[in-house]
Design a protein around this ligand. Structure first.
Ligand code: HEM
Length: 139
């Protein structure tokens, strides 16, 4: 990722945070719409807590982009834990699509091609580290 992409992501993340829980709600509604098969992986009565955890972890990832040495081991652990939640590699495509869709909705006028590319790069990085760690754990 380029420094300017990191700046874009930090700036737009602050706008997403201002939407609070609404952003995470949009995300999960969209995810379950485009990939209903993942719905049963989530404990139904725990979604408010889950939404908080997702936003905190995404915030940590955004904050960590400038210090990948610290971020990578956190994401590797997260990726390994996801194997235990029944998450497969294909699911990462659905989550990535739902995330970008949510950001586009949430950011409204602030959304453009540069923002889209910057967030796609963040998600690709996060997903790659998580998936690689899960694969290594399985090997
Ligand atoms: C950017 C990628 C992702 C991030 C940042 C993320 C973040 C998190 C966090 C922070 C938790 C809380 C538990 C923990 O820390 O271990 C969690 C749990 C979970 N995640 Fe993810 N996740 C990602 C990708 C995915 C994908 C691709 C799926 C597939 C559908 C998924 C499904 C789940 C499930 C099923 C749980 C457990 C929910 C429960 O206990 O009911 N996550 N995720």
């Amino acid at each position: 990722m380029t420094p300017s992409q990191i700046e874009i992501v930090n700036k737009t993340w602050r706008q997403v945070l201002a939407l609070g829980d609404e952003a995470a709600k949009l995300f999960y509604d969209r995810l379950f719409e485009i990939d209903p098969a993942v719905r049963p992986l989530f404990t139904a009565d725990n979604m408010p807590e889950q939404r908080k955890k997702l936003m905190l972890m995404l915030g940590a990832a955004v904050a960590g982009l400038e210090d990948l040495h610290a971020l990578v081991p956190v994401l590797q652990d997260l990726g390994r834990r996801h194997v235990g939640y029944g998450v497969t590699e294909d699911h990462y495509d659905s989550v990535g699509a739902a995330l970008l869709w949510t950001l586009e909705r949430g950011l409204g006028e602030a959304w453009n091609e540069d923002v889209s590319e910057a967030w796609a790069a963040v998600y690709a990085l996060v997903a790659e580290v998580m998936i690689d760690a899960a694969r290594d754990a399985a090997a």
